[in-house]
Design a protein around this ligand. Structure first.
Ligand code: J2J
Length: 542
């Protein structure tokens, strides 16, 4: 315990007491939430994943049996498990098994590759890697074999599906086996991943208490009930589809989660019709596809009551088309895996729903909007968003130095977002100060990719910036100073980054060769100038 205390930053005792007294932190673990539903409505359909249909009793039972199997193999509470599964029933069985056992999952995205996953394993000293056999043309068993020598802490690899040389997940469902006591709800439950703006991805330690509060309160804001049927289109482990209110909010309300295997509109529409889906969550680039498809297939979305859109800026023009075209309410969601989530409310009028990104979940979410010197800006003005509250972390996992910069001395998280707040407390996202590209909701840390590129023999210096894109909102562009006047081309850059095991979405979409990189007055690369240069160049093109 004392060692763990150094790894993460708990809330100060006076805040923790306040959050408990206010009823936000209820002392319930994520597994016991599921167990409560299994007790109250065992036969209720909890999860639809392809041909699999699990009721609450079954979901809880499988999670318990798997927890027993993991325990029997020597895995213990507090140990970390890197989990990389696509949208499938096992995702939730594994998640709840680990929660029951008190192991701490890190949910890697299916798009992550060797560079990211090996880092998660190393940084958390993970004892186990749990993955799918293959998905979307990628073989995770091969990745697992590459991880073993890179991450000495890994004791085992467990594979859902055809396990090859590894342990089949299916062999681990044990009946009537002993289990340790449930973990403390006040302690860590799992890790979310930060979008990141530094050299290596940051891990976000979430407790049972804080996370459960965030999705239970979200479920209430979104009007979820036992009748709710949620379509999970985005990767199930991402914070938005997991907790805003996401699948966990739906389980909390006793509704049904329907998993789409990917973002295909045809699959989503077929599932909405077949399962009478009432709520779905999308990132902005998917919305035009849904609008087009809805025009061609009227009636398919008859059951849909609410469409949530978040993860990246959603412009008012597109937003205005949603309700007429889809026949359901629109909700904007502005959230972050570190904590704070804002929603437009179901009874908000068009002014708020089209032009703002909503207001915080909790009356105890503290929001400050400040200038570069951390002084409050005038009401309505744009500034840096700082926040703390009952479900916003106080520090990243094992990142003491970075935490000094990412949090204020009094515990506010520096979101890196530029926002304004109107007189009603609704936020509008106006821009970003952090060194990140938001590629249609997928976050890219410029520094992380730059560091990889600096290892290329033909690269003398590099700076990566966002460029606006009509479909994804933003794409990434690398400005490279080549060595020895030798040109380097985008396909070479892409092959190099793939070879280094970087997720494909981080590969720059465009390359500009330059002789110098513009500098700021303090001698840093001026990304603002680079973005302007790029916009001018793109505007001049036919
Ligand atoms: C503009 N920028 C947005 C929005 C997130 C719910 C919804 C989204 C996330 C998420 C999440 C935005 N308009 N509507 O975790 O629970 C950008 C901001 C923010 C960053 C966080 C949730 N919604 N963003 O996107 O951790 O820059 O979480 O700080 O992936 O996405 O990214 P992430």
């Amino acid at each position: 315990m004392s060692e763990q205390r150094l790894d993460w930053t708990p809330w100060p005792e006076d805040f923790a007491r306040r959050y408990r007294e206010a009823g936000y932190w209820q002392g319930q673990t994520l597994f016991s939430m599921l167990a409560a539903q299994a007790e109250q409505q065992p036969e209720k359909l909890a999860l639809v994943a392809g041909k699999q249909r699990l009721n609450y009793r079954e979901l809880k039972l499988y999670a318990e049996r798997l927890a027993a199997g993991l325990y029997a193999r020597g895995l213990r509470p507090g140990q970390r498990a890197v989990v990389q599964l696509p949208n499938c029933a096992e995702f939730f069985i594994v998640a709840f098994a680990l929660f029951r056992l008190g192991m701490l999952p890190v949910f890697a995205l299916p798009a992550h590759r060797r560079a990211e996953v090996s880092y998660f394993c190393q940084h958390t000293d993970a004892a186990v890697y749990i993955c799918a056999d293959q998905h979307a043309g990628f073989d995770y068993r091969t990745l697992a074999a590459e991880l073993l020598p890179l991450a000495p802490s890994l004791q085992q690899v467990i594979v859902a599906g055809n396990a090859g040389d590894h342990t089949p997940l299916n062999s681990l469902y044990l009946m009537d086996q002993p289990l340790p006591a449930e973990p403390d709800a006040n302690g860590l439950a799992f890790f979310q991943l930060s979008g990141g703006s530094t050299g290596v991805p940051k891990l976000i330690p979430r407790t049972h208490d804080d996370y459960l509060y965030s999705f239970a309160a979200s479920a209430e804001i979104c009007g979820l009930s036992r009748d709710s049927v949620y379509l999970c289109v985005l990767p199930a482990g991402h914070n938005f589809p997991m907790s805003s209110p996401g699948s966990f909010g739906v389980f909390h309300a006793g509704g049904t989660v329907v998993l789409a295997s990917g973002p295909s509109v045809d699959e989503s529409f077929a599932l909405i019709e077949a399962e009478a889906v009432t709520i779905a969550a999308l990132v902005p680039p998917l919305v035009p596809l849904w609008l087009d498809a809805a025009a061609k297939q009227p009636g398919k979305l008859a059951s849909l009551r609410l469409l949530q859109v978040g993860g990246a800026k959603f412009g008012p023009e597109l937003a205005a088309r949603v309700e007429p075209a889809l026949g359901c309410k629109l909700q904007q969601v502005f959230g972050m895996a570190e904590g704070l989530v804002n929603y437009t409310r179901l009874d908000d009028g068009p002014e708020r729903v089209l032009h703002t990104q909503g207001r915080p979940i909790s009356a105890d979410d503290e929001v400050r909007i400040v200038d570069d010197e951390d002084q409050p800006v005038a009401p309505g003005e744009v500034g840096h968003l700082l926040t703390r509250g009952p479900y916003t972390i106080r520090g990243y996992w094992r990142a003491a130095d970075h935490n000094q910069r990412a949090f204020t001395a009094d515990g506010f998280y520096r979101t890196g977002d530029l926002v304004s707040m109107n007189a009603d407390g609704y936020l509008t996202v106006e821009g970003r100060a952090k060194d990140q590209i938001n590629r249609g909701g997928e976050k890219i840390s410029a520094e992380e990719v730059e560091n990889h590129l600096l290892a290329h023999p033909l690269v003398r210096d590099v700076a990566i910036v966002a460029m606006s894109d009509p479909y994804l909102g933003e794409r990434s562009c690398a400005f490279i100073i080549p060595r020895e006047q030798q040109a380097i081309r985008l396909p070479q850059v892409a092959a190099f980054l793939r070879e280094r095991g970087l997720a494909a979405y981080k590969i720059p979409d465009r390359l500009e060769l330059v002789d110098t990189l513009p500098q700021t007055s303090v001698g840093k690369v001026s990304k603002k100038t680079l973005r302007q240069m790029l916009e001018q160049k793109l505007a001049a093109q036919p």
